[in-house]
Design a binder for this molecule. Structure first.
Ligand code: FMN
Length: 308
């Protein structure tokens, strides 16, 4: 399955592991790259020193290309933008903002730039300012989400831009991957499925919540202040939604989720923490290595697409 994305990133298989705050560190990223896909370190709100260590660790663990996901809203975004330039990582994906001002320096360093977008308008704008590809991420995804579904967003973005499109959101197996390719995508990005990978360092209780989740167990908090986030339903989301319905202020709601992802990922507090995961969690029922996940998804997709 050679596509423009496998060419662009120098990878064998068009499967990208989404950059995930607190979740996607060196071990996960390196394991996905070693499996023939493309691993991403999630810089999230971490300072540059932490991300530098992850990059160096990943280089110890793999000689394959990997990238860094930069949340442009992070207080350290500027530092991380410089860091990836110095480190010359293979690619950056960006979320929560417009990476335009960094584009020239990244390009000069030979870094491929792949913004994550949730609308046709943003995809076109990113193409105009020089993006190499876009990740079209549907609302089924775990984490911060847009409005359009993957099914509707991907073909509309494919029609609107010339650069390759990577589909994300709700893809958990080869059927999802094949479907995304039928919509015109040239690679897929998965987040939730990689959360339960053996090489993923998150707390076992977090993995168990995903493995036990049913189809309708995710909830979206934060719609009222324009920053919707999808995670699995728990004590925190119930409280959050109750406060939201009562018209609570942004600050009150923020207090409830402050450090929430860390609480779930590191401490395993899946009641009070933010257990970010997508709607596809209901289909994810087994722990596997990244190699097994990548091989299984590829094998199924290739059979369905009659490549095999
Ligand atoms: C726990 C978690 C944390 C995430 N953090 C980020 C992030 O920091 N930056 C980002 O661009 N996307 C983030 N995402 C989105 C993923 O990179 C990916 O696009 C998404 O998970 C794909 O949808 P799926 O969960 O249905 O596979 C996160 C997703 C999850 C599940």
């Amino acid at each position: 399955m050679k596509t423009r994305v496998t060419e662009l990133l120098g990878i064998e298989k068009p499967i990208i592991q989404g950059g995930m705050a607190w979740v996607a560190e060196s071990h996960l990223a390196a394991a996905v790259s070693n499996a023939g896909g493309f691993g991403l370190i999630g810089a999230a709100n971490a300072p540059a020193d932490v991300v530098r260590n992850y990059i160096h660790e990943a280089r110890e663990l793999t000689d394959k290309p990997f990238g860094v996901n930069i949340m442009l809203m992070s207080p350290f975004a500027e530092d991380i933008a410089q860091l990836v330039t110095e480190e010359k990582v293979a690619a950056v994906t960006t979320g929560a903002g417009n990476p335009e001002k960094y584009m020239a320096q990244w390009k000069a360093a030979g870094i491929k730039v792949i913004p994550v977008i949730a609308s046709v308008a943003l995809a076109k704008r990113m193409e105009r300012v020089g993006a190499d590809a876009v990740v079209a991420e549907g609302t089924e995804s775990g984490g911060h989400i847009g409005q359009a579904t993957t099914m509707t967003l991907v073909p509309q973005v494919v029609d609107a831009v010339q650069i390759p499109v990577i589909a994300a959101g709700g893809i958990g197996d080869g059927r999802g991957m094949a479907a995304a390719f039928m919509l015109g995508a040239e690679a897929v990005q998965m987040g939730t499925r990689f959360c339960v990978a053996d090489e993923c360092v998150i707390h076992d209780k977090y993995k168990d919540r995903i493995l036990k989740a049913k189809d309708i167990d995710s909830e979206v908090t934060g719609r009222s202040h324009g920053h919707p986030v999808r995670g699995l339903r728990n004590k925190m989301t119930r409280e959050y939604l109750k406060l939201e319905a009562e018209g609570a202020s942004f600050e009150q709601l923020e207090n409830l989720t402050l450090g929430g992802l860390r609480k779930a990922v590191v401490e395993g507090d899946t009641d009070n923490g933010s257990v970010l995961a997508g709607q596809i969690a209901g289909m994810i029922t087994k722990r596997q290595s990244c190699q097994e996940i990548v091989d299984e998804v590829m094998d199924q997709a290739e059979r369905l697409l009659k490549i095999k």
